[in-house]
Ligand binder design. Structure first.
Ligand code: G3P
Length: 217
């Protein structure tokens, strides 16, 4: 399973990258807004830091303009994946941009039917949003499982990029189902290391160690 970081915060990406756990980055207009940075500048910095795919999202809603924006974003670096929404126009843009050899991430996927269209249109990645389905009392992980089954049935090569990850459980369950990639906020990736029994066990070891009166250094 590949880990992408879902942020445009360069320092957060750097810390995780130094740990060797970053296989790519995803951004979106909301994350660019949150960063307070210029999209072209911050995306270039991210691409210089991370070797893997870096998703940068178009903001046009009609296919011709999406394609133009996608071509401009793709010029930032060779590891750009152009992100387009899963709309009819987004699928047209996906078909054109992937045909030109660009990686394309089709985002805002909320159904298996949409995921089939993304694969047929040549998407490199499809991004089903788990958390936002959970928010409306549906099961986002069920969607990941359905897409996995369908893609396996027909040997679709599009990678399932589980997005809108809100918890460690989302990550481990998506991994069990067989999502190819998860993209998660830095805080969720960091919280994967936490377990109360680890804290409790470490406290007991430290208390016993104090009693020995020894030092290692
Ligand atoms: O990659 C898409 C993701 O950022 C959406 O997450 O938490 O805003 O639903 P969220």
């Amino acid at each position: 399973m590949k880990f992408f970081v879902d942020t445009a915060d360069i320092e957060a990406i750097r810390e995780l990258h130094d740990l060797g756990i970053v296989d790519g980055v995803t951004t979106n207009p909301s994350l660019i807004q949150k960063s307070g940075r210029d999209i072209l500048e911050v995306t270039k910095e991210i691409c210089d830091l991370v070797e893997g795919p870096v998703s940068a999202e178009v903001v046009a809603t009609k296919a011709p303009a999406m394609i133009e924006e996608g071509r401009k974003l793709a010029q930032i670096a060779s590891n750009i994946a152009v992100k387009v929404p899963l709309t009819w126009d987004g699928l047209k843009a996906c078909k054109t941009l992937s045909g030109e050899g660009h990686m394309v991430n089709v985002t805002l996927c909320f159904s298996a039917a949409q995921a089939i269209l993304a694969a047929k249109a040549g998407a490199t990645f499809v991004s089903p949003f788990i958390g936002r389905l959970d928010d409306i009392n549906l099961d986002g992980l069920d969607l990941i499982a359905d897409i996995r089954t369908i893609y396996n049935n027909y040997d679709f090569r599009t990678e399932i990029l589980a997005a809108s990850i809100r918890s460690v459980n989302h990550i481990s369950e998506a991994a069990k189902i067989g999502a190819d990639v998860v993209t998660a906020p830095p805080a969720v990736l960091q919280s994967m290391a936490a377990h109360p029994l680890t804290d409790k066990g470490l406290a007991a070891f430290m208390a016993d160690w104090q009693k020995t009166g020894q030092k290692i250094l």
